[in-house]
Design a protein. Structure first.
Length: 584
């Protein structure tokens, strides 16, 4: 009966954890997948297997590629955490002689924060599970010298296949031997000496770059970044759980009431601890940005607009909003329906992080700045975890097809053909190679190729507005570029540059008529010159709306705060309100 109740508890734990991860971390799984590239090729796998910890690295990368599917990330992560918890429970049972869920679940949940960061490698969780499995095997051996030899072999095996987790294994071996009060408690130190010898040798020959990558879980985190505290949770909580379980087993309650309290505590304590942990580690801003990134990646522009209402203070989220408006052709008509914060919401600053670099590449692609998009996609690809980012490899394929650089596009397609999630897409793109007529007729490639400048030049040479204007003068996509440049001037409140732009292009192919927000800006240039309004084709609807705006200003001119609230309610989507009340 106890066996079935134990199975039920772990199934319940797995199901609850899956629901929690899916509800709070789904978009992080999707984002993590696109950062790591796993290739079905021995030329890719074998060199990795030769590294220290290579086996767990390969297994981790193999697993991550399935995060591309809905629910897969949550299910896989929950399965790994649950497996770690079951192994920890068996270890504790062999050491203490009791089945204590509290300590085993605590050990399992210590892995949970690793799945909330795209910088943590699944390799660390795989290594942790291998460590527990090796410990269980050693605990099942009764003969001292046989167990010692097994411990040494497991130490070497873990060191070469899983990396620094071999040290955690040795520490656990020493702890369990001591708690079980074996006569030859000192024998596990043979494994410690072996671990030290292996670490020194690998450091001396350059197989490991730094000491911390040999003895700490830092090896299971993106190496150019500083590891967070939660990376060490599992390495601390597991040995503590074994020790505390042993102490508890020697002082546990004997009464019926005490046993009832014990059972309740084993359920409530991990639940409360997990809830507090989630509140601490979940970054709502980061999750929101990754959610918008997922929608942008899949072209779900309406979903981005739906989730961009209300106050927005994050420039990254505003950039996704403006990208959606650009893709829908509504930037110069509707952008002030949303909470704009200046020019940085249209083109964020480049900080060389993969997320922002990929976003900038996508922004340039939406704007038709294909050369700049290609440059930033290349930067993001070389900065990604491992050997590249499939997301940015796709963008490199697209930009090279648009430019007609088919040989380069083919090089990237041959890489994507060896992946799990992108093989079908890559095979489908092969038909565009060396087929200009098909490219020109394609809704995406043809539209982007049609607005390429006739004269090529270096990307990101003078700033994105200047590049837009250069392409407007030199390409056939002049109207698109002029609207984007004008919108950028409005966001920056650069009225002199906006005035010069419409004076040069209004009535031409670049700006045959003014979009709604441009008309509102024309009135702002001279709010009494109706002849100028007529000259630029300001509509009757915009003029009537401005008159109502002016009435509101006059009505509340002696009460600025009331005026702002009244104008926000009635004219908050106009350029007039943005120009007066938004600080950029």
């Amino acid at each position: 009966m106890k066996r079935y109740s134990s199975i039920f508890v772990w199934l319940l734990f797995f199901a609850a954890l899956t629901c929690v991860l899916q509800a709070t971390n789904a978009y992080n799984f999707y984002y993590t997948e696109q950062l790591q590239l796993f290739l079905f090729s021995w030329g890719y796998v074998l060199p990795k297997l030769m590294q220290i910890g290579g086996l767990t690295l390969v297994i981790g990368e193999f697993i991550v590629q399935f995060f591309i599917h809905p629910f897969a990330g949550a299910v896989i992560a929950s399965a790994l955490i649950t497996l770690a918890g079951i192994l920890a429970r068996v270890v504790i049972n062999r050491v203490v002689g009791l089945s204590l869920f509290l300590f085993s679940i605590a050990s399992a949940l210590s892995l949970l924060p690793l799945f909330y960061s795209s910088n943590s490698l699944v390799q660390g969780v795989i290594a942790y599970i291998l460590c527990l499995s090796a410990l269980l095997m050693c605990l099942g051996i009764s003969r001292d010298w046989t167990r010692t030899m097994a411990g040494a072999l497991c130490t070497a095996f873990l060191f070469f296949t899983a990396g620094p987790v071999a040290l955690l294994f040795v520490v656990l071996l020493i702890i369990t031997e001591s708690l079980k009060k074996r006569k030859r408690w000192y024998l596990p130190f043979v494994s410690m000496l072996l671990f030290i010898a292996l670490s020194v040798c690998c450091l001396s020959f350059g197989a490991i770059e730094e000491l911390r990558f040999a003895i700490l879980p830092d090896a299971y985190f993106i190496r150019v970044l500083r590891p967070p505290v939660y990376l060490y949770f599992s390495w601390v909580i597991l040995p503590l759980s074994i020790i505390l379980a042993w102490l508890y087993g020697h002082s546990r309650a004997k009464s019926r009431a005490g046993k009832w309290i014990e059972r309740m505590a084993q359920i409530l304590i991990p639940t409360v601890a997990c809830a507090l942990l989630l509140l601490h580690i979940i970054d709502r801003g980061d999750i929101k940005a990754k959610q918008l990134d997922y929608y942008a990646r899949n072209g779900k522009w309406d979903e981005i607009l739906e989730r961009s209402s209300g106050q927005m203070t994050n420039y990254i989220n505003i950039a996704f909003l403006n990208m959606a408006l650009i893709e829908k052709g509504e930037l110069a008509e509707r952008m002030f329906e949303y909470d704009q914060r200046g020019l940085r919401g249209m083109m964020i600053e480049w900080n060389r992080r993969v997320f922002e670099t990929t976003l900038i590449s996508d922004l340039f692609f939406s704007m038709g700045e294909i050369a700049s998009s290609q440059k930033m996609a290349f930067e993001a690809n070389v900065s990604a975890t491992g050997v590249g980012s499939p997301r940015n490899l796709k963008r490199l394929v697209q930009t090279n097809i648009i430019f007609g650089e088919y040989a380069v596009a083919y090089k990237y397609l041959t890489i994507l053909e060896r992946t799990y999630g992108y093989r079908k897409w890559a095979i489908g793109e092969l038909k565009y190679l060396y087929n200009d007529s098909l490219v020109n007729s394609d809704p995406l490639y043809g539209a982007k190729r049609n607005i390429l400048p006739q004269q090529s030049r270096m990307a990101l040479l003078s700033g994105f507005i200047e590049d837009l204007l250069f392409n407007a003068k030199d390409g056939s996509g002049i109207s698109h570029a002029i609207e984007l440049a004008g919108s950028a001037y409005l966001l920056a409140k650069d009225m002199s540059a906006f005035k010069a732009l419409i004076e040069e292009y209004y009535g031409t192919d670049g700006l045959p008529k003014l979009p709604k927000l441009f008309q509102e800006a024309v009135i702002l240039l001279d709010d009494r010159n109706r002849d100028q309004w007529s000259r630029y084709g300001v509509s009757t609807e915009v003029i009537v709306n401005f008159e109502r705006y002016s009435e509101q200003v006059m009505r509340y001119r002696n009460n600025p705060k009331v005026m702002e609230n009244a104008l926000r309610a009635t004219h908050g989507d106009t350029y007039w309100f943005y120009y007066i009340y938004r600080i950029v």
